[in-house]
Design a protein around this ligand. Structure first.
Ligand SMILES: Cc1cc2nc3c(=O)[nH]c(=O)nc-3n(C[C@H](O)[C@H](O)[C@H](O)COP(=O)(O)OP(=O)(O)OC[C@H]3O[C@@H](n4cnc5c(N)ncnc54)[C@H](O)[C@@H]3O)c2cc1C
Length: 503
């Protein structure tokens, strides 16, 4: 049992296993590891390739083409442009995320228990899963020596404003402060799924098939019994072979787009599949300082404030390769050139709104998932409020110029009082450049089969031996960064599955 060399596989192959897991992100990786460690025979199918530390590069175009879903160009159709980012590689989006590790706020779990009729969930039980995960993943606060100036500036800004703030809890064992999490940790110390749970799954006997995209679920007599998949060519990503996996159970962990698509293709009669797409709506502000900040040094997201957490807004420092931000710089020609030249004087801060807006996922052209999303005015207003706070934090940190990236306010702000405009003007969904990195809800869990897709154990209400373990089961935004929550629900489901499927 091992990592399979799928690049050598052509023609049609058949395998038999107890549990077939589709996707190797935080949802799938936890299930694979927990089952394999309990002696269950597991096959993991992953659409993307392996990402090695040596392949991390600040050449963002090349990186996104190779390791992000739709080359990072996934955007929802609706009343605004919302980029929706997900990785497509072994380890899923954990390979490109910032490794912030946070529990679901208790009040949101209680809200789900009440509103979604998840009566068999308790705060205490979830806490037990969180504790195990935090220990296994090596969670710790971002360390001061590797904060770097960009995080420390914002820390001082928060302090000057009298806002509560703290180092972000992350899962990086000995962060070197390379600030390159988004393009794969170059030092290999980030605790991604590939380097932790997938590795443990494989060393405990699971078989991993990278470059293998599940296309159809096999269902017979109301039970899931297998998966059909394309084996993809490593360069063209076109099918070069076919893999049929016969299984006692199937776990969909392909994320918020692919999991509902596979269920829809299987013609499962549940009107909620693919509905209820939710997103934390992210926007950011950039600040330029007189002094050099060298933002490419220091934890990528090392500091944050929970000041507005109860309101559903978080604020976190942020960095990504300069090419990602260059398109957001104001000006053209010489003015733009100067700003690009001065990148070392810049840093950024992001805010995310929990969001009440919803959308859906359907099969689009070429058999790919197509997201639709409509932003409500409440979320526009919350975004404006969050963005104002980011601008205030940058000015308080000493920024000379701030770029809000928002249509309807000055492109370049030099006076802190200009942030008031964010509260006094009325904005539209298209006023902002939204990026959604936290997505939820398209196979939502709940106690009522007419209102939800899976139960609290992540099993389909409609098909036996079919599970969904990924972000799509979370019924609403989490406010907190969601990876730990996804892992906790997947762990809970996996322990139950182990009882059922262990020989
Ligand atoms: C830039 C960025 C930064 C983030 N930072 C943080 C952070 O710091 N902390 C945090 O908690 N969260 C963060 N997130 C969010 C977090 O990473 C995701 O919520 C989480 O990874 C989702 O887990 P998942 O298992 O649902 O799906 P994913 O991680 O997206 O994994 C799904 C996997 O399934 C594979 N797959 C899909 N379809 C198929 C198929 N048909 N067959 C086979 N394989 C398939 C995909 O290739 C992918 O590898 C961030 C996200 C992004 C984009």
């Amino acid at each position: 049992m091992a990592m399979q060399k799928t690049e050598a596989l052509q023609g049609t192959h058949e395998r038999r296993t107890q549990v077939c897991v589709i996707g190797s992100g935080p949802g799938g990786a936890v299930v694979a590891k927990e089952l394999a460690m309990r002696g269950v025979d597991v096959i993991v199918l992953e659409a993307g390739p392996r990402l090695k530390a040596s392949e991390s590069t600040r050449d963002i175009g090349e990186f996104m083409q190779r390791f992000l879903s739709e080359s990072g160009a996934n955007a929802a159709v609706g009343n605004a442009f919302v980029t929706m980012l997900q990785a497509e590689c072994v380890g899923g989006t954990s390979e490109i995320n910032s490794a912030i590790f946070k529990r679901l706020p208790e009040r949101i779990l209680k809200e789900w228990i009440e509103d979604r009729q998840l009566k068999d969930l308790t705060v205490e039980e979830m806490d037990e899963h969180y504790e195990v995960l935090e220990d296994e993943m090596g969670m710790e606060p971002s360390q001061m020596p590797t904060q770097g100036e960009k995080n420390l500036l914002l820390k001082r800004g928060f302090e000057r404003l009298g806002w509560d703030s703290h180092p972000l809890q992350r899962v990086v064992k000995g962060c070197k402060g390379a600030s390159d999490c988004f393009t794969g940790c170059p030092t290999g110390v980030k605790q991604t799924m590939a380097s932790t749970y997938i590795l443990r799954a494989v060393t405990n006997g699971a078989d991993l098939y990278p470059l293998c995209r599940a296309t159809h679920l096999r269902i017979e007599h109301g039970r899931a019994c297998g998966v059909e998949a394309d084996i993809l060519h490593p360069e063209t990503r076109k099918p070069q072979g076919r893999l049929i996996v016969h299984a006692d159970a199937v776990v969909c962990s392909g994320g918020v787009f692919w999991s509902p698509l596979l269920l829809q293709r299987a013609k499962i009669r549940n009107a909620r599949i693919g509905k209820n797409l939710r997103a934390h709506l992210g926007v950011m502000a950039m600040g330029f300082f007189d002094q050099a900040v060298y933002p490419w040094y220091g934890a990528i997201q090392g500091w944050g404030s929970n000041l507005m957490e109860k309101r559903g807004l978080v604020m976190e420092t942020l960095w990504a390769p300069p090419a990602v931000f260059a398109g957001r710089l104001p000006g053209v020609g010489h003015e733009l050139q100067e700003r690009i030249k001065n990148f070392k004087h810049c840093t950024t801060i992001a805010t995310k709104a929990r969001g009440c807006s919803t959308g859906l996922v359907r099969e689009g052209t070429g058999g790919k998932p197509m997201p639709f999303f409509w932003i409500r005015q409440e979320d526009v207003d919350e975004t404006a409020f969050g963005l104002k706070s980011c601008i205030d934090a940058l000015f308080a940190s000493g920024a000379r110029e701030v770029y809000a990236g928002c249509h309807g306010v000055p492109k370049v702000m030099r006076d802190p009082s200009q942030s008031e405009l964010l509260l006094t003007k009325r904005f539209r969904p298209t006023s902002f450049q939204f990026v959604a990195t936290h997505l939820f809800g398209t196979c939502a869990m709940g106690g009522d089969p007419r209102q939800s897709v899976v139960d609290s154990w992540c099993e389909s209400h409609d098909i036996r031996d079919l599970y969904v373990c990924d972000a799509s089961i979370l019924p609403t935004g989490t406010v907190s960064n969601p990876q730990e929550t996804i892992m906790a629900f997947s762990r809970r489901a996996a322990l139950e599955m182990a009882e059922r499927y262990a020989a």
